[in-house]
Design a protein around this ligand. Structure first.
Ligand code: TYD
Length: 227
């Protein structure tokens, strides 16, 4: 039986460069949806399950960097397989809303567009790892990387160092921003770019209005055109 609208789980991913405020807005959106009586699962990539968190530590430490972007993309995908199987798919099946901090578009932007992994390899890795698990909605938080890196720097504890990707040159982060814009242009029904430079409360309101409009105010649209 097709689940009624209220029982249907939704898969929403949050994407963007470093320090754009994904975790802040995911936490606010989680509270907003819970107030509507929905079950919400908040998770992140790489990570989300014990095995994927182990891969996260290897990937973000830079230990894999010397193997190159293709190997990194494969390991991000390996973590994603476990994440989907153990956490995302079961949550969606029981009707929960899943809010995920980064997903396949980060691999497309960081390892694909920016890392130079070919479109064909990316396509193969993605098809093999996620199958039809395409997000219902992807919010791309957009911010000048100079501002984002400053925010990321300021939120780090004094004894922490920048991770493998945050430590890349500004040119890398500028290209990353362009890559996310390209993804948004390529998949306009799934992706929506949010200006993340405004105060947190304003950005949160814009996101809430968008979610209301997309999921609660209108009849559902089929947006899985990438499957
Ligand atoms: P994290 O500390 O979660 O960064 P942020 O708070 O900016 O999201 O670290 C995740 C890092 O991993 C981030 O720099 C982006 C990178 N990444 C990839 O390069 N490819 C991927 O597929 C994913 C999921 C993340």
């Amino acid at each position: 039986m097709t689940p009624s609208f209220s029982e249907q789980g939704r898969f929403i991913t949050f994407e963007g460069g470093e320090g754009v405020g994904k975790s802040t807005h995911i936490a606010l959106m989680c509270a907003y949806l819970q107030n509507r009586g929905l079950e919400v699962v908040v998770t992140r990539e790489p990570g989300g399950t014990p095995k994927a968190e182990r891969l996260r530590r290897a990937l973000l430490s830079g230990a894999i960097k010397s193997l190159g972007p293709l190997a990194e993309a494969a390991l991000f995908a390996a973590a994603r397989i476990d994440h989907i199987e153990k956490l995302i798919a079961p949550a969606l099946q029981r009707g929960a809303w899943v809010l995920c901090d980064r997903f396949m578009d980060s691999t497309r932007a960081y390892q694909g567009a920016n890392g130079g992994v070919s479109h064909q390899s990316m396509h193969w890795i993605e098809a093999a790892s996620i199958g039809k698990m395409i997000p219902d909605l992807t919010l791309i938080l957009d911010l000048d990387p100079r501002e984002g890196l400053l925010r990321a720097h300021n939120r780090r504890q004094s004894n922490e160092v920048a991770d493998r990707f945050e430590g890349e040159a500004l040119s890398f982060h500028l290209a990353l921003r362009r890559a996310f814009h390209d993804i948004a242009r390529q998949y306009p029904q799934r992706c929506h770019v949010i200006d993340a430079s405004a105060p947190v409360a304003d950005v949160a309101r814009i996101i809430q209005n968008f979610i209301d409009d997309r999921f609660f105010n209108h009849s559902m649209k089929s947006i899985n055109q990438e499957a």
